[in-house]
Design a protein around this ligand. Sequence first.
Ligand SMILES: Cc1cc2nc3c(=O)[nH]c(=O)nc-3n(C[C@H](O)[C@H](O)[C@H](O)COP(=O)(O)O)c2cc1C
Length: 324
Amino acid sequence: MATSTPTPPTPTVDLSVDLAGLRLAGPMMTASGTCGYAWEYGDFVDLTKLGAFVTKSITLHPRKGNEAYRIVETRGGMLNAIGLANVGLEVFLKEKLPQLADMRSKGPRIIVNVAGHSVEDYVVTTQRIADEKAIDAIELNVSCPNVKDGLTFGTDPLLLRQLIKEVRASMRRDCKLIVKLSPNVGDITLTARAAVEGGADVLSMINTYTAMAIDIHKRKPRLANTTGGLSGPAVRPLAVYLVNRVYRAVARDANVPIIGMGGIQTWQDAAEFLLAGASALAVGTALFVDPATPIKIMDGLSSYLAQQKCASLREIVGTLKIDP
Ligand SMILES: Cc1cc2nc3c(=O)[nH]c(=O)nc-3n(C[C@H](O)[C@H](O)[C@H](O)COP(=O)(O)O)c2cc1C
């Protein structure tokens, strides 16, 4: 009599992530500014399945943001000039933080993105936010101009190093500091190194690319702000390249993890970022198409890692094979 051989169980893959000592149950997070303060998406997707939730940029004072149009669609991407519209520090702490703390009790880590227009702005805002026990990390959006000299913090290595130093010194020690790198630079390894020297625990990359779209009939820019930031699938190969460049030149040796983002829409996209050197991943523009994208990506990644004979996600990070 023929006996059937039992099918071997699918191996479980450890998807947990260690971000400079901060443990995440899984690698997926939301990209700042694309998922509000969290409750906006609550009806569409179970956010508690995320490794971390990242808020939109919070500034010291409330901001209305730019005039409409402030989002336009481009082929393969999205152009936005929101202008950091947000409720400001005080309202954030009073009205938005309790919901985030509740979400945190169900699993995901909470990361608050902070923006500012002077070193003092950043220091005051990060210090207050980092004092809250429900917040695990602060992500600094450094793609903002300094009111003092008009220089963008994230594009000037000296300014960036100084900013990170002052912010780090003012923060609760066990609250991690993530610095979000701008791609709008000549050599991103210079700003990545400056951020690490200043005291960044983690790097996240990339923020959007400065770009423009034109209404050819009106002969005017399509965004009221004239320029905006390009995101979505159009920027993905550029982002993968920059992640790999920073991983090999700075992050690997400094032992600083990278959160990769820029056009991630599928598990295959996510796998590219992991191979390039990212330890965790954020999804932004794709949430506008399907808010469940980060959750769906996790299933695909598990199968991919099992097929690559990896027992954990960590094993694949930075394993891109490049011929000498
Ligand atoms: C509508 C929109 C708003 C954004 N707002 C912020 C923000 O407030 N702070 C920030 O650091 N990045 C912001 N970003 C950038 C994203 O967090 C992310 O870095 C970028 O979009 C690349 O990822 P993606 O291609 O998956 O969207 C925003 C992006 C979009 C599309």
